[in-house]
Design a protein. Structure first.
Lengths: 161, 296
């Protein structure tokens, strides 16, 4: 099948590549661009481990055709750090032990990033809703919620890292 | 494993209709693709050609007018409907419905038109829109037509869309006075698809007590969302009464034609129809009586 030109900006870096139209966004991110921080979990749209931001909105990269992201801006977990320094959410996740096996973490971080971008002062209920789709099979939800809450409460200001 | 397909992105509705015309032997429309890609991955749907309408901004809108009611363009995302202040003000039930559909990620990319055109009998918007007396505007290259949503759903994953037609718009009339509409889905995990869902509307008479008009719509209880018309007939002209609601629930349950599957047996679903119908009607009736008192 004829390959199509995909023009995509990932973590502020512009890429042009030729792909089969059936390629999913997660496949392009991981297999073509080598950004393996985005996890391929269930691959059926259920686990949300593959969450990335597409033009600022959280989406499941296993449920979006890469061609649908032509011309779009994508942010993945690799884009959260800034010049080698972790983002407030990443540092808070570390401090709160919000990682167990770590497989859901990149999806959790992206959902939490989307949440805080829209709502910098979420309640616990808002946080639960924000990560509702993201499954953590270690069931470490409480520490994840605490980690997000701590960032919302301003405990991880950009300048004190 | 997704089969290869030819990918065509339309930039206007007109272009989409032309592409449909050219490829109508074997094509699928993709918008958000939140349901379609699952079927494609399972190999259940393998079109030769995929026509992408996700980026049709001309169909991405929400408008409200006191006379005409609500108009939602087909490519509008679930999340846009959910967070629309216009929708919140005039049709708060739609916001509640959206908040209980899947996850934010799904609602961000999935669209309201895609949901309807997918024709899943367990979809949430179908029953709610039918209870709200909604219509859809569809078009082919030559003409447009409008049809009530209750005539739109035909069978499992089958709608009244002709092979050359595209869904353009959902239209919801203003809610009449002394009218309340309710919806509930039953599921095990919050925001999953319903095992059974029921939407109900009650319009009261001048007296503010008796039922003048009603709609009972069953979701995931038959090959397509459908009204329980025999049950509705029992209500017209009547005042609310527990025994009446009980009878109506039982009749609605007899009208349901659900399947056995991994989520529930047929008889369990029928019992759910019975209970949810009674609850949703009771809730709508009480709300409508409250509205009638406010008006008086």
């Amino acid at each position: 099948m004829e390959k199509k030109l995909l023009r995509i900006t990932v973590n502020n870096e512009y890429h042009e590549l030729y792909i089969k139209p059936k390629k999913l966004l997660v496949e392009v991110l991981r297999d073509e661009l080598g950004l393996t921080g985005t996890k391929r979990g269930c691959n059926t749209g259920a686990c949300h481990a593959c969450t990335v931001l597409l033009n600022g909105e959280s989406v499941k990269s296993c449920s979006v055709l890469a061609m649908q992201a032509d011309g779009a801006q994508v942010s993945t977990v690799e884009g959260l750090q800034d010049k080698g320094k972790l983002s407030p959410l990443q540092r808070s996740f570390l401090d709160h032990g919000a990682y167990q096996c770590g497989f859901c973490t990149s999806g959790m971080l992206m959902s939490a990033t989307a949440l805080l971008n829209k709502n910098p002062d979420p309640t616990k209920e808002d946080i639960k809703e924000g990560i509702h789709g993201n499954l953590c099979r270690c069931t470490g939800y409480n520490s994840i919620i605490r980690a997000i809450k701590a960032v919302a409460e301003g405990k991880y200001k950009e300048d004190d890292r | 494993m997704i089969h290869d397909f030819k990918y065509l992105r339309a930039s206007t509705a007109k272009e989409a209709l032309e592409l449909i015309e050219q490829h109508k032997d074997d094509y699928k429309i993709i918008c958000g693709g939140q349901s379609l890609l699952i079927l494609m991955r399972q190999g259940l749907v393998a079109p030769e050609c995929l026509i992408d309408i996700k980026h049709l901004d001309e169909l991405n809108y929400i408008q409200f007018d006191k006379k005409e009611g609500l108009r939602i363009g087909a490519t509008t995302s679930h999340r846009t409907v959910e967070t629309s202040l216009l929708v919140k003000k005039h049709y708060p039930l739609l916001v509640e419905m959206e908040q209980n559909i899947a996850s934010i990620q799904t609602r961000n990319w999935g669209t309201i038109g895609g949901n309807l055109a997918h024709g899943d009998p367990a979809g949430d918007p179908g029953p709610v829109f039918i209870a709200l007396n909604g219509k859809v505007k569809v078009a082919n290259k030559e003409r447009e037509r409008t049809l009530p949503l209750e005539e739109f759903f035909i069978d499992y994953f089958e709608t009244a869309l002709e092979e050359d037609e595209l869904l353009l718009e959902i239209q919801i009339p203003p809610i009449p006075s002394k009218t309340a509409v309710t919806y509930e889905k039953f599921n095990i995990i919050k925001n999953d698809q319903p095992i059974v869902s029921v939407a109900a509307s009650i319009t009261l008479d001048e007296d503010g007590l008796s039922c003048k008009d009603t709609r009972i719509v069953l979701g995931a209880a038959a090959p397509a969302p459908a009204r329980a018309r025999e049950a509705e007939k029992l209500l017209v002209g009547k005042k609310m009464d527990d025994q009446l609601l009980k009878n109506v629930g039982e009749v609605a349950s007899k009208e349901a034609d659900p399947v056995d599957d991994i989520h529930a047996t047929e008889s369990y679903r029928k019992q759910l129809v019975n209970v949810l119908t009674r609850r949703m009607l009771g809730k709508a009736w009480k709300q409508a009586m409250g509205l009638a008192r406010e008006e008086a």
